[in-house]
Design a binder for this molecule. Structure first.
Ligand code: AMP
Ligand code: MG
Length: 268
């Protein structure tokens, strides 16, 4: 799954990865979903159980992407077999007054995983170099220093036992149009439709530049980005599940020893 992992980011171009790509899986949508449901998601469930039982490691998953890119869809589609006890989702919206009264990492740091926990960030500290940059919410002199600060922050998390796994869900502008139209035209999805999303869509090119810079400047040895082709939802989920299974397997976790006497304990 290293195909989509960005290790040396400095020359990365978003155009290096085709949002329509499905080339790592030959079987097509139906078979891809089956593998996800029957193999990858149950395997993730086992690995999460082990992580929770071991209680030593922490996993932080960062999801970023344009509106409609499928951040919620990944959470539903990839983690549906996982025990809710060991997993938590943190969604980052427009900062509150209290959050704005602190440094931008304050609200983020409060939500990082503890021992044995997987936390999924639905949006993240990266908004502070994305929406904040595109909308000029703070001057360039302020946001441009954040890449280094973010790298340092993620280094600190990594050095203290947190595995940081970052995904950018890469969709095309045409795909976003189709998904917004579907939201508009489907009664059960219309609640998600926001006129604000149409304003954001006008800034598509600015966002793509900002995302490309994020990936260039914050793909580090300790926390590389994975740029996931996300026009095909089944493929997006299949790739992400594979990356997570590989990542969790690489932690080489072990169930803790049973408490003394557990094996021979008599239960009356
Ligand atoms: P959604 O994820 O669709 O619920 O939307 C959340 C909104 O909050 C998005 O428009 C984000 O761009 C916005 N948002 C998240 N973090 C920040 C931030 N640090 N500054 C400004 N807006 C933000
Ligand atoms: Mg939205």
């Amino acid at each position: 799954m290293d195909r989509y992992k960005i290790t040396s980011g400095s020359k990365f171009q978003l155009s290096d990865i085709d949002p329509d790509d499905t080339s790592l899986f030959d079987g097509g949508k139906k078979e891809g979903r089956k593998v996800l449901d029957e193999e990858l998601n149950p395997r993730l469930e086992e690995l999460q159980d082990l992580l929770y039982a071991e209680g030593k490691r922490r996993v932080l998953i960062v999801l970023q992407g344009m509106d409609t890119s499928g951040k919620d869809g990944v959470i539903r589609g990839v983690f549906n077999a996982v025990d809710p006890l060991g997993i938590r989702v943190a969604s980052f919206k427009v900062p509150t007054a209290e959050e704005l009264a602190h440094d931008y990492l304050w609200r983020i740091h409060k939500q990082v995983p503890g021992n044995g926990e997987i936390v999924i960030f639905n949006r993240s500290h990266y908004e502070d170099v994305l929406v904040v940059r595109v909308h000029k919410i703070v001057p360039k002199a302020v946001w441009s220093r954040r890449y280094d600060q973010i790298n340092e922050f993620e280094k600190t998390l990594t050095d203290t036992g947190t595995k940081v796994v970052k995904f950018f869900l890469h969709i095309s502008k045409d795909e976003q149009k189709a998904r917004l139209e579907e939201r508009r035209d489907t009664p059960e999805k219309r609640w998600k439709f926001s006129l604000g999303d149409l304003e954001e869509r006008k800034l598509w090119d600015d966002y793509q530049v900002a995302y490309q810079d994020v990936i260039r400047k914050t793909s580090t040895d300790w926390a590389p980005w994975h740029v996931i082709p996300a026009n095909a939802k089944w493929y997006r989920n299949w790739v992400i599940a594979n990356v997570l299974v590989e990542t969790l397997e690489s932690l080489d976790m072990k169930y803790p020893p049973a408490p003394k006497g557990a094996e021979t304990a008599v239960i009356e």
